[in-house]
Design a protein around this ligand. Structure first.
Ligand SMILES: [Zn+2]
Length: 125
């Protein structure tokens, strides 16, 4: 089981999910743009791993899975698809929450990294 093969399989799977989800502009034509503000946490003395802002455009896919940034994490990630689509369906402009990575880990039994997220959505007039 080579790493490269795993990586390729993962990329293929992500591509499939993205295709299946369709484009934001097709599924949610009222959405003008989405901004995600994320804080990545890890276990240890310096719990804040990084801050990240991601801009999502109507031309992007409606599948919002963010990579886990923890070293040694296997098949982890944070899927924001459901919280984002819920907000769009309720036509809300903002929402926040937390997610825990369900990935495995090279040296521990599981990854358990966390993010807190803040979603902002702009709609067309
Ligand atoms: Zn992880």
């Amino acid at each position: 089981m080579g790493n490269k093969q795993n990586y390729t399989a993962k990329m293929e799977l992500t591509k499939k999910h993205k295709l299946a989800a369709g484009l934001i502009s097709d599924r949610f034509p009222k959405v003008a743009g989405i901004v995600l503000y994320m804080t990545y946490y890890q276990e240890g003395v310096n719990p804040i791993l990084m801050l990240r802002t991601v801009n999502i455009f109507p031309t992007d896919s409606a599948y919002f899975k963010m990579e886990c940034m923890t070293k040694g994490c296997i098949e982890g990630g944070f899927n924001l698809t459901t919280p984002i689509i819920d907000l769009i369906k309720k036509r809300k402009n903002a929402g926040k929450g937390e997610l825990t990575c369900r990935g495995k880990h090279e040296t521990r039994s599981s990854c358990r990294a966390k993010i807190s997220y803040d979603i902002k959505i702009k709609y067309k007039k």
